[in-house]
Design a protein around this ligand. Sequence first.
Ligand SMILES: C[S@@+](CC[C@H](N)C(=O)[O-])C[C@H]1O[C@@H](n2cnc3c(N)ncnc32)[C@H](O)[C@@H]1O
Ligand SMILES: Nc1nc2[nH]cc(C(=O)O)c2c(=O)[nH]1
Ligand code: SF4
Ligand SMILES: [Mg+2]
Length: 193
Amino acid sequence: MKLIVNEIFYSLQGEGGRTGEASVFIRLTKCNLACSFCDTDFADGDEMSVDEILEAISVYPCKWIIWTGGEPTIQLRDAHLAVFREHGYRQAIETNGTRRVPSLIDYITCSPKQDYETIKNRIPFVHEIRMPIQAGDPVPDISVFPKADNYFLSPVFDADKINLENVAYCVELIKLHPQWRLSLQTHKLIHIE
Ligand SMILES: C[S@@+](CC[C@H](N)C(=O)[O-])C[C@H]1O[C@@H](n2cnc3c(N)ncnc32)[C@H](O)[C@@H]1O
Ligand SMILES: Nc1nc2[nH]cc(C(=O)O)c2c(=O)[nH]1
Ligand code: SF4
Ligand SMILES: [Mg+2]
């Protein structure tokens, strides 16, 4: 049971409803989309067994994993997640919503990129929708998305810094459509990974 891993790092969740929580990030290679604004280089990776990943993350005093990528649903299966669960980990995922999410995930963040209305057929409930927004984008119709605890608009930032034009645009959108909340990529504000 191998996974191709781009990077493993320990930081704080920078975005969305779990912002500020210590988390072990496991970034898997491969994506099925090529978003123009994507801030992540996920191309390279090393094959690691689940046992090797467990050993690598055992140095951190934290039992929350965030599976991200790339698009982590391409590689990740319940058979992998079950082993981490047996070792006491709770597991969150960052997904673009184009593929089903394994059932053993404890916290789902869906960041829609296309075909918004079909996401709920694959993923009926998510913990958060976190929609990337650039100035001029239309506000998405919240009713087409899966049911969620929170619906966030996330201004698209540059690779390593904030973009105030996109922030100001999201602020005005949320004042007009208060079902949405603001999520900022706080790790870029405070210069952590
Ligand atoms: C790198 S993606 C990986 C997970 C998955 N492929 C996805 O798109 O949700 C993780 C998160 O970063 C967000 N993201 C990527 N580039 C961004 C940028 N330049 N500004 C703001 N958010 C960005 C995505 O929308 C997603 O919420
Ligand atoms: N601090 C921090 N929080 C994050 N939340 C989602 C991230 C991602 O790239 O998936 C990310 C990231 O790259 N860094
Ligand atoms: S789906 Fe996610 S990882 Fe893939 S290109 Fe888009 S933002 Fe980047
Ligand atoms: Mg990131």
